[in-house]
Design a protein around this ligand. Structure first.
Ligand code: SAH
Length: 278
């Protein structure tokens, strides 16, 4: 199992580097994207102080000050330094304790700017990508937001810092349960988690001001478009399984029309239609 996790991480890291290169080719300001991401990916070893502190603790969440310092450094270099400017997103990234969403064995890398395994073959997304998607969704205080792909619950917590209500759907029951418990422990009482296939969205709670999809389907699910308010934005990676995807912003401009904008190349785990056997 451990070997599998390591392998997953390596594959993800390779993908993240490739992703950074692809973003660098497609983005108007290549220097920011090209320099910041690979340097974090190439050095997956946490700052010395953080490692030492964690190793010395008997409980995994022992030294909150060290985690806070690591988080501040990550926000400065990997979020602001990579071009995120929305103050509400930056504040949320500074507030949410990512280390509480990361399995204990990966704690020392909780504030590295790359994805990490969370079990069941899934990952917690790279912080920069979480910030990018949140910024692109242009979410505001009074919004109702749907997330497809709860995973660890981290992206849901970032949204919950900014918006009124978050609904999040996860196809793997064990992950949905764990994320719900984490979010509850941290006091995010404006997030509701559901165990289901997110292809169908969450019709009873819609329509939504924004929808974030954090796994990659090979087409845009029509039920999700239907659950966007007019003026609502969906951020979704679309592309072939095992390849690169394009991150799209789909804005519902009227009852009948959508506008799509290409936000660049990314790599996400696949959008599945059935709960995988574990
Ligand atoms: N947003 C997550 C990252 C999750 S990775 C976080 O912040 O940690 C993508 C997640 O999407 C995985 O947990 C995967 O199980 C889930 N997923 C894949 N296909 C899905 C589907 N059809 N419906 C709901 N969740 C799905």
């Amino acid at each position: 199992m451990k070997r599998l996790c390591t392998l997953t991480l390596i594959v993800t890291l390779i993908a993240a580097v490739a992703c950074a290169q692809e973003r660098a080719e497609t983005e108007p300001t290549p220097s920011t994207a090209a320099t910041a991401l690979p340097s974090t990916v190439d050095t997956p070893i946490p700052p010395a102080g953080v490692t030492a502190t964690i190793a010395a603790q008997t409980t995994p969440f022992g030294d909150e000050d060290a985690f806070t310092a690591a988080r501040e450094a990550m926000v400065e270099e990997g979020i602001v330094g990579m071009g995120i400017t929305d103050e509400t997103v930056i504040a949320a990234m500074s507030a949410v304790p990512r280390h509480r969403f990361v399995p204990e064995e990966w704690l020392a890398q909780a504030y590295e700017n790359h994805p990490l395994p969370i079990g069941h073959g899934q990952t917690i997304s790279q912080p920069y990508i979480v910030a990018l998607m949140t910024e692109a969704a242009e979410v505001g205080e009074s919004d109702r937001v749907l997330e497809i792909g709860t995973g660890s619950g981290y992206q849901a917590a970032i949204l919950a810092e900014i918006v009124d209500r978050v609904y999040t759907v996860e196809i793997i029951g064990a992950l949905a349960e764990r994320a719900e418990a984490t979010l509850e422990t941290l006091g995010y009482d404006n997030v509701t988690v559901r165990h289901a296939d997110g292809y169908y969205g969450w019709e009873e709670e819609g329509p939504f001001d924004a929808i974030l999809v954090t796994a990659a389907p090979d087409h845009i699910p029509q039920p999700l478009v239907a659950q966007l308010k007019v003026g609502g934005r969906m951020i979704i990676p679309v592309g072939p399984v095992g390849g690169y995807q394009t991150l799209w912003r789909v804005t519902r401009v009227s009852e009948e029309e959508v506008r799509t904008e290409d936000l660049g190349g990314v790599v996400f785990v696949p959008f599945t239609r059935e709960e995988p056997e574990s």
